[in-house]
Design a protein around this ligand. Structure first.
Ligand SMILES: Nc1ncnc2c1ncn2[C@@H]1O[C@H](COP(=O)(O)OP(=O)(O)OP(=O)(O)O)[C@@H](O)[C@H]1O
Ligand SMILES: [Mg+2]
Length: 419
């Protein structure tokens, strides 16, 4: 112990807003943009940021991370998490301050980063290995393992630009984790890919961590962070708010989430709105069957999740994700996956409703993330737009377990038992 893997001092990164993002930045940066599509996710994000404004994505960050530490990076959308990882992996230059990274660094950043689209999967593995400073023989020795892990054998000689995003992520993760980096930086990727691959990736990260490597891991999934990391760093608006054992950092994050839900949703700047400039989501509430809108609903009773918007855009689709108190997703309700019971009601006004016949949740505290989608773009999105408590109730004549039960959902069910 005692060797410093990462040290930063007075680190800051600012962006000029309103300028075209093309024409500056590195090759990799522009590849990320290409990979993300032409939506200009961050460029025209908020109306209030006029051209010429400076935005500090990261501010005065002084950190020391020892070799072998496994650190979870937590924070709202736009807090600066990806920016920090990009600086540490030398994809972007800091505006002020410095960052020292000692050791071979493998990075898995946003989808598509790190690959050359015109090169094949095979060529990219060698290219990445070379960037990590490995000799060809070393890369060759790990090659089969990487390909097997990524499950892309058949596409090895296909240019990466023809890969699906799932395939790119699988390969990128395999490369980052298998080329024996001393420092592994992983940004939110586990959200992509199927459940089996997510499990496999987590297992691999655990292995890397247990082998005494340094890991910095960004995730909104607090349960995973808690399981994987010892130390948690909470960023808010580019600054460190908490740097503590991971459980403490998570608690601190949950408190900031609750505070954010208390402010006027239209005022929040941590939104996900790719391509649409105005804030749309005004208020999100869960209403019980009596029409009251206490933040408390009873398990097993009908409930309506209502999203009030500033204007009703034509053909908006809405996705609601319910998370438990640890941020673990419990259920997704998506209007895009339609059913005959769904209606488009011209009388409804600027409001979207999703009715649940009998709320199948165990007692506890939950939050709802909301995304509004147009045909081709995300119109507005907010994490933790609403918090609510579920009280014990009765689902199909059976009381819900009081507390201490494992899991988050109740299923209606029937037993057959011997006499
Ligand atoms: N190339 C860029 N040009 C302009 N602004 C940018 C650029 N990259 C990032 N930003 C801004 O910097 C801030 C921090 O962004 P960053 O991507 O680091 O956040 P994050 O914590 O990773 O968020 P998320 O959880 O949504 O991934 C945001 O306000 C973002 O809009
Ligand atoms: Mg990010």
């Amino acid at each position: 112990m005692g060797t410093v893997a990462i040290e930063t001092s007075g680190l800051g990164k600012s962006y000029q807003l309103g300028l075209s993002r093309r024409g500056y930045g590195t090759l990799r940066e522009s590849m990320v943009e290409t990979a993300k599509g032409s939506l200009g996710r961050l460029a025209g994000r908020r109306g209030e940021r006029a051209a010429g404004d400076t935005l500090w994505a990261l501010r005065d960050l002084s950190l020391t991370i020892e070799g072998g530490e496994v650190v979870g990076l937590i924070g709202h959308n736009g807090a600066g998490k990806s920016t920090l990882l990009k600086i540490l992996s030398r994809i972007v230059e800091p505006t002020v301050g410095w960052a020292d990274v000692t050791g071979r660094t493998g990075a898995l950043l946003e989808v598509g980063t790190g690959f050359h689209p015109e090169l094949t999967g095979r060529e990219n593995v060698f290219l990445n290995g070379a960037i990590l400073g490995m000799r060809r023989a070393e890369i060759r020795a790990r090659f089969d393992e990487i390909v097997a892990f990524a499950e892309i054998e058949r596409f090895l000689d296909t240019p990466v630009k023809r890969y699906s995003s799932g395939m790119s992520v699988r390969l990128a993760f395999a490369v980052a984790a298998h080329l024996e980096p001393e420092i592994l930086l992983v940004d939110e990727v586990l959200a992509v890919g199927d459940a089996a691959f997510q499990r496999k990736s987590l297992g691999k990260m655990n292995e890397v961590a247990e082998a005494g490597r340094t890991v910095i891991f960004v995730s909104h999934n607090l349960a995973i962070l808690q399981a994987l990391c010892q130390r948690g760093i909470l960023l808010e608006r580019g600054e460190v708010l908490t740097d503590a054992p991971v459980t403490e950092a998570i608690d601190s994050y949950l408190r900031t989430l609750e505070k954010a839900a208390g402010v006027d949703l239209l005022e929040r700047t941590d939104r996900d709105s790719r391509g649409y400039d105005e804030s749309l989501i005004r208020r999100v509430q869960i209403e019980d069957s009596e029409g009251g809108h206490a933040d408390t609903v009873v398990a097993g009773r009908p409930a309506v999740i209502a999203v009030e918007v500033t204007e009703a855009l034509p053909m908006t689709e809405c996705r609601l994700t319910i998370h438990n108190s640890l941020g673990h997703p419990v259920a997704t309700l998506d209007s895009e996956v339609s059913a005959p019971v769904d209606v488009r009601d011209p009388e409804l006004g600027p409001r979207i409703e999703c009715a649940v016949a009998a709320l199948p949740l165990l007692p506890g505290r939950y939050r709802i993330d909301v995304v509004l989608k147009g045909k081709r773009q995300i119109q507005d999105g907010l994490q933790a737009a609403c918090f609510f408590d579920v009280e014990p109730g009765i689902l199909q004549d059976r009381p819900t377990p009081i507390s201490g039960a494992d899991g988050d959902v109740v299923l209606s069910h029937a037993w057959r038992l011997p006499e």
